[in-house]
Design a protein around this ligand. Structure first.
Ligand SMILES: NC(=O)C1=CN([C@@H]2O[C@H](COP(=O)(O)OP(=O)(O)OC[C@H]3O[C@@H](n4cnc5c(N)ncnc54)[C@H](OP(=O)(O)O)[C@@H]3O)[C@@H](O)[C@H]2O)C=CC1
Ligand SMILES: O=C1OC[C@@H](O)[C@H](O)[C@H]1O
Length: 359
């Protein structure tokens, strides 16, 4: 990594060479230049990729990248990849079940990490990674990209500034119609499947930012899950409601593989009106309706590209500041949500093999 007073240059390695990682890498490498933070210009370089299956798979991955700069090292051994001193940070985009082990190995090898959603299978694995990162003074980021978008930040600021008055209800949904497919990671318990870990991580983000972060007591938690007929261990349609006695407020997070979300899928209601947002994972437009019925289009920043580069830039700035945790999205927030997910899984008998749960 190069860190000067005006520039931070971060060298990335990627594990988990699926379609999503290609999309992420293309967006980060093509669009990062659009963001300059606190007067520092951030640049990203993809230095290496590793396929856990074959070198030809790594070659195929690199050919998918829609960016010109493809001078990088390809590996088919994660151990060898982690020994590469030219890699500053590992982006982990394997299926959920492998996040914990890959992240632990990367931290032990002295690499910073950015881990795709959902961070780990359970909260104990997250606590363990937090401990290692603190001990080794390495940055750990959970890549819920929604958190880092300027549109999300603006909306949270508006609510905190009292746009809707006192927040009374937060609801968010992220649903995609995904018919059962035995070859998909979405339905395979051995890969950490199910809608809770795939979609509710985004829906619960809104309750987490607006209510969980404000409460001083533990909310009461209720949850419901429809299980897959074909893979009965996992969930395909799930709802979690948190009641905050101290705030006189509730937060509901839903997600489904059985239907699509409505266009406006986040609703934030207060005593002065409500905000409707499209859409849960990538807010790009929002309206405010006052309690007297007046409607107003909210002015939100425009996001160039997809917007994954915001989380990559946040990682670069934090590494430049020698932080092992992000101020804007600390790992304790992830642990707090994973504790709720653990409870939802217990109450609804959503289960993964022992090997996936271990820490
Ligand atoms: N932020 C976002 O918007 C999105 C995030 N995601 C997240 O990205 C992750 C990957 O999703 P997706 O690309 O759909 O998954 P895939 O099923 O396509 O798997 C990704 C790749 O992971 C690698 N892999 C498989 N098994 C292992 C293993 N045991 N150890 C290491 N690597 C392995 C494989 O590459 P190889 O064989 O070459 O190692 C595979 O191609 C998930 O955590 C998902 O939640 C997904 C979609 C959107
Ligand atoms: O992780 C994801 O999966 C579902 C998508 O709708 C969402 O935008 C993406 O971030």
């Amino acid at each position: 990594m190069t860190d000067t007073t005006t520039q931070i240059h971060l060298r990335w390695g990627i594990v988990g060479l699926g379609q999503f990682a290609a999309k992420w890498a293309s967006d980060v490498l093509l669009n990062y230049h659009l963001d300059s933070i606190n007067g520092k210009h951030v640049t990203h370089e993809l230095r290496a990729v590793v396929s856990t299956s074959s070198l030809s798979k790594a070659q195929q991955f690199v050919s998918l990248l829609s960016c010109k700069d493809k001078q990088l090292t390809l590996y088919d051994s994660y151990q060898k990849f982690l020994e590469d001193e030219e890699i500053d940070i590992v982006y982990i985009a394997a299926p959920n079940a492998f996040h914990y082990t890959l992240a632990k190995q990367a931290l032990e090898a002295g690499k910073h990490i950015l881990v795709e959603k959902t961070f780990t299978i359970n909260h104990k694995q997250a606590v363990r990674l937090q401990e290692i990162s603190a001990r080794k003074n390495l940055l750990v980021v959970h890549g819920v990209w929604t958190r880092f978008l300027p549109t999300t930040k603006k909306l949270v600021q508006l609510v905190e500034d009292g746009k809707v008055g006192i927040v009374r209800r937060v609801q968010a949904d992220l649903s995609h119609n995904c018919p059962y497919d035995s070859s998909s990671r979405l339905f395979n318990p051995e890969l950490g499947a199910g809608v809770l870990l795939d979609n509710l991580i985004y829906s619960i983000t809104w309750t987490d930012m607006l209510l969980l972060s404000k409460t001083v007591t533990n909310p009461s938690i209720s949850s419901w899950a429809i299980k897959s007929k074909e893979a009965p261990e996992i969930d395909v349609s799930t709802s979690i409601t948190l009641l905050f006695d101290d705030l006189l407020a509730s937060g509901t997070a839903t997600g489904s593989f059985l239907t699509e979300s409505p266009k406006e899928s986040v609703l934030i209601e207060g005593d002065k009106g409500y905000i409707k947002i499209g859409r849960t994972s990538r807010p790009s437009y929002a309206t405010f309706t006052s309690s007297t019925g007046q409607e107003e289009q909210l002015d939100l920043p425009v996001i160039e590209g997809i917007g994954y580069y915001y989380e990559a830039n946040a990682a670069a700035i934090a590494i430049g500041n020698k932080q092992n945790d992000l101020t804007e999205y600390p790992i304790k927030d992830t642990i707090r949500v994973l504790q709720i997910f653990d409870r939802c899984r217990r109450d609804n008998k959503i289960s993964f093999p022992e090997s996936v749960e271990s820490f």
